[in-house]
Design a binder for this molecule. Sequence first.
Ligand code: ATP
Ligand code: MG
Length: 324
Amino acid sequence: MATPVIETEGLTKVFGRLRNPKLAVDHIHFRVEPGQVYGFLGPNGAGKSTTIRMILNLMYASEGKALVFGEDPRKKPEVLYRVGSLVEGATFYPYLRGWDNLKVVGNSRGGFDEARAKQLLQFVGLVGSERVRVKAYSTGMKQRLGIAAALLNNPDLVILDEPTNGMDPSGIREMRQFIRDLAYKYGKTVFLTSHLLSEVQQTSDRVAIVNKGKIVVEGRIDELLNQEEELEVEVGSLEKAKTALQERWLVIPSTVPNEPNRFRIKATRNDTPSIVRRLVDQNVDVFGIAPVRQSLEDYFLEVTGDAPLPLDPSSLPVGAKPHA
Ligand SMILES: Nc1ncnc2c1ncn2[C@@H]1O[C@H](COP(=O)(O)OP(=O)(O)OP(=O)(O)O)[C@@H](O)[C@H]1O
Ligand SMILES: [Mg+2]
């Protein structure tokens, strides 16, 4: 198996050790494989930026470690030459033009490649604004410049902390496309954080949902979405439908009055064709069938909100691993 691009082992950060210690990142394990877009999803204060800072060696871990391309950046900092990052809003020299800021960044990393910088300005949609001083940039423009800066040294791993922060809807859409392009066109590995579920759902292959410093769910997006679910079915005759289906699926009649021919069935969306086929074979009229699945959004709210955490492995969606 290829070396993971990022691998953490028991990565932990405690702030303010002496007085009032705060466990910001709590023994997290995850691995990001080459070419993946990996989403780190969690509410404010979950520990996303702290995790990134430890990966980038901007901050020491209190316990555990994070390996980048199989190396510990604390022992081999040059491994970070292969990483481009944008952490919690880029900081630039406000009185320098966008272009000159890129030059500063490039030169600090061993040389400024003008042609590449021009391409990147095009890529992030800043052509025409590169001669403007950064102090006159909007939040979204600074974010775009930050991304161009992160990509200047043509990194193999791109780490983006809340990449769509401060962007307008069209900018957000571009950014999502852009993140996918980084991975699928240019073969980069991308690690991004977000508190927006839709963002992660639309860009990432794999997701970790973090809350209060812990990973509560981790898995492939498609597996998380294709979880065990219920389908709601409306038929001409409940009795006939039960006979047709119950040897294979659990049929739960609706408890709502005036819905005598509606029921729910424990099945996944992929079972829909065979359910319909069976009903039709048994001459049961089908008026409708629709998934009532728990979306990733419900899941996110459940694991990050007041609802009890799904620590019982049997309550996790297929493909998701519980994290201690
Ligand atoms: N330097 C610090 N000193 C003390 N506490 C900190 C420090 N940095 C972060 N924290 C605390 O650690 C926790 C995690 O913060 P972090 O910035 O990693 O969260 P986040 O998931 O990135 O949140 P957001 O979505 O708001 O960016 C928070 O409770 C925060 O207050
Ligand atoms: Mg943050």
